[in-house]
Design a protein around this ligand. Structure first.
Ligand SMILES: [Fe+2]
Length: 186
């Protein structure tokens, strides 16, 4: 399963700390198991169910793009501002890889249709993902990114790392909202 995950989301290899990368992979693996998914079904999972009408973007595609965006932003700030404290790029990448892993528990597939699972109607993916990551021993800074990346984080504390992932996620979401046909124009 881990080889499959790295092949599907090569951005796992951007995490330099091997122990951290392993925990990220373990978290995805646990989410796949707990959500009742398999290698085949995970590749078909959409990244949103109701927000963007007819948007064909898949969850794995979204995770890859958000991770690449967040990684670029972190790298940029680390190079652009020589006098500030450095952003932890590994934490940003790990947080981006895991920010939507809770969707594997939030969604379910029924007769080929995707819908919110029963638990997904109570626990949204940021909380579900945060719990999964915590169970797998991810550092607090990564768990924090997952917990605060959506509107749950609007009134919470942010770190430079969590703010970068939150922004990268919204940037990708809003880009699709503007550019896909049949989307509501803001
Ligand atoms: Fe996302």
């Amino acid at each position: 399963m881990k080889d499959f995950l790295v092949k599907t989301i090569p951005e796992f290899l951007l995490v330099k700390d091997e122990a951290l990368r392993e925990k990220c992979l373990n978290t995805w693996e646990l989410a796949i198991k707990e959500g009742g998914w398999c290698e085949r079904s995970i590749l078909k999972l959409p990244f949103v169910l109701t927000e963007l009408k007819d948007c064909p973007v898949l969850l794995v595609e979204h995770v890859r793009n958000v991770t690449q965006t967040a990684s670029m932003i972190a790298k940029f700030f680390n190079q652009a501002y020589q006098t500030t404290e450095k952003v932890d790029e590994d934490v940003v990448i790990a947080g981006a890889l895991l920010h939507d892993v809770g969707k594997l528990l939030e969604y379910e597939s029924k007769d080929g249709e995707y819908a919110y699972s029963q638990r997904g109607q109570y626990v949204r993916h940021p909380a579900a993902g945060g719990i999964l990551a915590s169970k797998n021993g991810l550092p607090e800074m990564v768990v924090h990114i997952i917990l605060t990346h959506s509107f749950e984080g609007d009134k919470s504390y942010q770190t430079p790392e969590s703010y970068i992932v939150k922004t990268a996620d919204w940037l990708n979401f809003n880009y699709l909202a503007f550019t896909y046909p049949n989307q509501m124009k803001h």
